[in-house]
Design a protein around this ligand. Structure first.
Ligand code: UDP
Ligand code: MG
Length: 232
């Protein structure tokens, strides 16, 4: 018989996602109920200034499976994911965005791969053409540069939509990186990993929380962290 998890944690970082959370919750709830495993939904409020935290409080009062963490200010998506990983109790942990771009229907497929023995089920986005030309070009440039500078394979169109076995979560918890780049770290830690494609949805509401400035700052931090230093 294939293994099944004792419990599942879903981590969702949220920065000013008041318009998306209810819809995501209504979408996820039946998917998780159908799985018949105990689960926890961990929302990480990354210093939102809108009603995000108020909505999370109300959901956690309605449903004991809903938990939340709240940052004192905006620390960024990667730190929000890391806080969720530090807090998660599941045998398997799934990270996904709050804006419905990551289809919850893929969760059962991810679990099937985990049951087949994969420790990391990563995803590769098939574009929904919603990305601006500018974002597509700058992101492609970043990934090509990383590919050139680093020995670690970092897939273009990778996403922070993935399943991690608890033993991988434990290793990531122990990493004390100041500048987190989970896509790189997940590739670096090893373990049995598979990458599966998914059709990215359209952002349900609101606008991207990755400003151009944030993207440049992240690239500036990640490149030294993941380049091999072979030319130094
Ligand atoms: N996010 C976050 N902190 C930030 C920026 C983004 O927690 O500083 C969250 C955001 O709420 C969403 C996820 O990270 O759940 C991905 O952000 P977004 O959808 O805006 O990125 P995009 O899809 O445009 O690259
Ligand atoms: Mg998005």
């Amino acid at each position: 018989m294939k293994k099944s998890p004792r419990n599942i944690s879903i981590i969702i970082p949220c920065f000013n996602e008041e318009e998306c959370i209810d819809m995501l919750y209504r979408n996820l709830h039946p998917v998780l109920d159908k799985l018949l495993f105990p689960y926890e939904l961990i929302f990480v409020d990354d210093g939102s200034t809108d009603r995000t935290l108020e909505i999370l409080l109300s959901l956690s009062e309605q449903n004991p499976h809903v938990r939340w963490l709240s940052f004192s200010r905006n620390f960024g998506h990667q730190k929000a994911l890391k806080a969720g990983l530090d807090y998660a109790q599941g045998d398997v942990v799934i990270t996904m965005d709050a804006d419905m771009q990551h289809p919850s229907s893929l969760i059962s497929t991810m679990l099937t791969y985990w049951a087949d023995g994969y420790d990391i089920v990563d995803t590769i986005r098939i574009d929904n053409k919603q990305c601006s030309y500018f974002k597509t070009i700058t992101s492609r440039f970043f990934y090509r540069l990383m590919d050139f500078l680093s020995d670690i394979a970092i897939t273009e169109n990778g996403a922070d939509f993935r399943l991690l076995d608890k033993k991988v979560v434990k290793v990531l918890r122990d990493c004390r990186e100041e500048y987190l780049f989970l896509r790189g770290m997940v590739s670096w830690v090893g373990f049995r990993r598979i990458q599966i494609p998914y059709q990215a949805g359209i952002r349900y509401a609101g606008t991207t929380k990755y400003s151009f400035k944030k993207m440049v700052l992240f690239a500036v931090c990640w490149i030294p962290a993941f380049s091999t230093g072979q030319f130094l």
